[in-house]
Write a protein that binds this ligand. Structure first.
Ligand code: SAH
Length: 239
């Protein structure tokens, strides 16, 4: 049992506090969230490719934070619902809609509860850079599967667990390059693609794509490719 969990929900209270403390900086592109801003166009392109276009699609964004991804999908014509357990981040996300003029529905609710209340409604469910912050990632994947339409698309992303990802995502990003605050990530919570695939299969999903997202410190560019050693995206569909 996770002693940090909130009311037996699949939520790590310390993680929510960590993100709440940073909430005012979600839209500052030079802040702790710089990396998420930098990779955003790339991952929205990936989601569009995998789901055959976002226009008029019903999308659920699990762990939406301040809405960086949710707004970018809304800007491409999707009807987006964003859920998160950090109220302060959702407040920032709602405020930002006034600036962007976009429309996204934000709710503070767990993925498990939301999906139980809204089963089979979504063309696309995404859960990016969040699974490595929850006590039970398989339960989130189960909930995501429940929210999907039978012909829907689930897109996940997280950090792989191996010596290279430890060196790049923790030592490199947090201690050397200082791209992320120290303590942002816990190595033990990183997830191997095989572990996500197993959780996907248990949720009656099949894995249809795995792509790597790599950062080149020299060019300071991110690109999609075959190297899934550190950050990777995975697409799953109902079997
Ligand atoms: N998905 C966004 C934000 C990633 S940061 C993006 O990629 O841009 C991780 C987010 O997950 C934070 O907003 C944090 O509050 C949220 N989170 C962590 N645990 C959660 C949980 N159990 N349920 C819902 N959201 C959670």
């Amino acid at each position: 049992m996770n002693t940090d969990s909130m009311n037996n929900e699949n939520v790590d209270a310390a993680e929510i506090e960590k993100f709440s403390a940073l909430a005012s900086r979600w839209w500052d592109t030079e802040s702790e969230f710089k990396t998420l801003h930098d990779i955003n166009p790339l991952r929205v392109d990936y989601i569009e490719l995998q789901c055959g276009g976002l226009k008029h699609k019903k999308v659920l964004d699990i762990g939406c934070g301040g809405g960086i991804l949710a707004e970018a999908m809304a800007a491409r014509g999707a009807e987006v619902t964003g859920i998160d357990m950090a109220e302060m981040s959702l407040d920032v996300a709602r405020m930002h809609l006034h600036e962007s003029g976009l429309s996204v529905e934000y709710q503070k609710i767990t993925a498990e509860q939301f999906s139980a209340e809204n089963p089979g409604l979504f063309d696309v469910v995404c859960c990016l850079e969040m699974l490595e912050h929850v006590p039970d990632p398989a339960s989130i994947i189960q909930a995501a599967a429940q929210a999907l339409k039978p012909d829907g698309t689930l897109v996940l992303s997280t950090l792989n667990r191996n010596p290279k990802s430890f060196l790049l995502a923790i030592v490199g990003a947090e201690y050397i390059m200082k791209m992320l605050p120290k303590g942002t990530h816990e190595y033990q919570k990183f997830l191997k693609p095989s572990e996500l695939a197993q959780a996907a299969r248990a949720a009656m999903l099949e894995v249809t794509d795995i792509s790597g997202m790599s950062y080149s410190p020299l060019s300071r560019n991110y690109s999609l490719g075959r190297d899934i050693d550190v950050n990777y995206l995975m697409t799953c569909r109902p079997q």
